[in-house]
Design a protein around this ligand. Sequence first.
Ligand code: CO
Length: 134
Amino acid sequence: MLNRLNHIAIAVSNLDEGIKIYKDILGVEVSKKLALPKHGVTTVFVKLSNTNIELLEPLGKDSPISNFLIKNPSGGVHHLCYEVSNIKVSVEYLTNSGYKILGDGIPREGAHGKPVIFLHPKQFMGTLIELEEV
Ligand code: CO
């Protein structure tokens, strides 16, 4: 079901500091900031040759990453995103196999304008997993 690793996401409390570390200190290309109000985050993508690193900063009061940053004040790895060919088929298969899709289970538009869903970390070895249709 899984294809490539699309990105590893790191939650940060200050996106500009994260951009500075990757762009100025580590010397890699970082995309422009993108606000995703529906997901409660502002993101940038750090572009590597084999994958991307997504930096996430909370946006708005009810951001889904606020609690994570309270528990991890200096930031931390938040989720892994794997590519799938057909997200509806993946959702159906996982739901029928007893796995929980976060939220209402309906794919929503993610940071690349493509449908994404998230899987509960309790059922995936403590790792929040994002699936993106690519
Ligand atoms: Co992501």
